[in-house]
Ligand binder design. Structure first.
Ligand SMILES: [Zn+2]
Length: 198
């Protein structure tokens, strides 16, 4: 129905998560209508985030320009307790609870054999290296309370078992099958507080 740049924009918008063909069309026409500088702010933001955002070399959280992330570069954080999460968005969820003052480790996913995600695709080796290098005393497994998240937690617990550190799992009570990022801070805060030893 559309051709040229408008068609290209609708196609690109339609590839975004949660944006169907109708929304893609609506957003494209909205951008067509707004003042040029408003539309360019969006394109600038996309360019900047791609050019300047990197992963923290220590924990794989998002960081800016190759530096350590905001958590890792904060000296007040407890360096010996590490919360293992699947995704940088989970860090935001845990931070909102104000129940955790340690550092993080972002796996960049969860085990999912059907989709070809094994330990090699995740930042597992890096986690093991950190335990010794940073003198970590406790690892809190804070993966999602769904099938993949539980399998990942169990896998890591077995792997970390022989090391002389405390390995804990956030308490159940979170909505099963859900994602951490959708848990309210009170529930997630309690799950962290009530974590159990594995
Ligand atoms: Zn970091």
């Amino acid at each position: 129905m559309y051709t040229g740049p408008l068609r290209a924009l609708i196609d690109e918008l339609g590839r975004l998560p949660g944006v169907g063909p109708k929304s893609a069309q609506r957003i494209a026409f909205h951008l067509l209508k707004v003042p040029t500088e408003d539309a360019l702010r969006l394109s600038d933001a996309i360019v900047s985030v791609k050019e300047r955002t990197t992963l923290c070399s220590r924990c794989f959280n998002v960081a800016e320009g190759g530096a350590l992330c905001a958590v890792c570069s904060d000296d007040r954080r407890e360096g010996t307790v590490v919360c293992v999460v699947e995704d940088p968005r989970d860090i935001v969820a845990v931070e909102r609870t104000q129940q955790f003052s340690g550092r993080y480790h972002v796996l960049q996913g969860a085990l999912n054999p059907l989709e070809g995600v094994g330990p090699e695709q995740l930042r597992v080796k890096e986690l093991l290296e950190r335990v010794e290098a940073e003198g970590i005393k406790e690892i809190i497994l804070c993966t999602n309370p769904n099938l993949e998240g539980e399998a990942t937690a169990m896998y890591l617990a077995r792997l970390l078992g022989p090391l002389e550190i405390r390995v804990t799992r956030i308490a159940s009570g979170l909505p099963v099958g859900g994602d951490l990022e959708y848990a309210d801070e009170l529930t997630l805060g309690r799950a962290i507080e009530g974590r159990r030893d594995l």
